[in-house]
Design a protein. Structure first.
Length: 297
């Protein structure tokens, strides 16, 4: 068996196009474009790259992009005032505070200050609670991207055995909740799990959210499983390379021979994240404007 390569890039391009069309319809109905505000504190180079690409993608999806860049030594009070201003601003539907924040700022305090109805990253305690309670929530972009990919593959996920490896607040935990909401039988594995291989051997769906290169070997997987690899790990450079390769948490070349479908790294799960952020912003815009969210987003 050779697995289908799940093309996250192509999926994201289709989602961005749908969002772009719906954003124009929203603008006609609401008399304004959907708006996404991104707040960047400090000069972390990776965060600067993310913020720039989010800004470009937002404009390309027919939305307003508001960027707020603050110096690394910004006082917590100043950042909280900005978040509160964005909460009140009717042109802003989504607020994303780029993490990590400089060490002197308390991330929990800042995150808790974001209006849950504008929390397009799905990280406020309110949205985490809404997800667990099965209420209308905004959900963290990477796990939601995984779920959208799964819905594209399966007509019905009901009764399938799913293993989520990793239990972070932004990825593993919301992923497990999303799978549970689709009636999967969900097991969460983590660094203290005793028999990861044994769990994976019976999993129809595996979501890897670990951050350990090639942790999951091909022959640990059930033949015919669907594998979503969220890991983004840079290897040490080989001789002649300036930067090491980026690989996932699953040994792709081995897994390919066993499973039905698998996401590559890069070009799989990670490629969907910004498209899902735009989708969440549009969903927030419809809800904030008191309009029905269109089907199929
Ligand atoms: P994290 O907060 O570091 O969490 C990692 C999780 O993996 C923890 O729950 C940890 O268990 C578990 N773990 C560590 N070693 C393990 C092992 N040997 N066996 C089983 N479980 C193990 O990481 P994260 O933020 O969730 O990110 C996970 C990966 O996804 C990273 O590679 C990250 O770069 C990537 N990521 C990708 C995207 C994307 O857009 N694709 C977005 C976010 C993150 P404990 O809880 O017991 O410590």
């Amino acid at each position: 068996m050779t697995a289908t390569r799940i093309d996250g890039k192509a999926f994201a391009a289709r989602l961005r196009e749908r969002v772009g069309v719906r954003a124009l319809e929203f603008a006609e109905a609401a008399g304004r474009k959907p708006g996404l505000a991104v707040v960047l504190v400090g000069e972390d180079p990776a965060s600067q790259v993310y913020v720039r690409s989010k800004g470009k993608a937002t404009l390309a999806a027919n939305m307003e992009s508001f960027e707020h860049r603050l110096p690394a030594d910004t006082d917590e009070r100043v950042l909280l005032e900005l978040v509160e201003r964005l909460n009140r601003d009717e042109a802003v539907d989504g607020i994303l505070v780029q993490l990590p924040l400089p060490k002197h700022l308390d991330e929990k305090t800042i995150i808790a200050a974001i209006d849950p109805d504008k929390d397009v990253d799905g990280i406020t305690p309110t949205n985490a609670g809404r997800l667990v309670l099965g209420m209308e929530a905004l959900t963290s972009c990477t796990p939601l991207g995984c779920m959208l990919l799964l819905r594209d593959i399966f007509d019905d996920l009901s009764g399938l055995d799913a293993v989520v490896v990793g239990r972070s607040i932004l990825f593993g935990k919301p992923m497990a909740q999303l799978l549970l909401a689709e009636n999967c039988t969900v097991t969460m594995a983590h660094s203290r799990t005793r028999d990861l291989q044994g769990l994976l051997r019976r999993a129809d769906i595996v979501v890897a959210a670990v951050g350990v290169p090639n942790l999951i070997r091909g022959d640990w997987l059930k033949p015919g499983a669907v594998v979503l690899d969220g890991g983004i790990n840079r290897l040490d450079p080989e001789p002649g390379e300036i930067k090491g390769k980026i690989v996932g948490d699953v040994a792709y070349d081995e897994a390919e021979a066993h499973v039905r479908a698998i996401t590559p790294v890069p070009g799989g799960v990670g490629a969907t994240t910004i498209a899902v952020l735009l989708r969440n912003t549009l969903v927030a815009a419809y809800r904030n404007a008191g309009l029905a969210v269109p089907e199929g987003l």
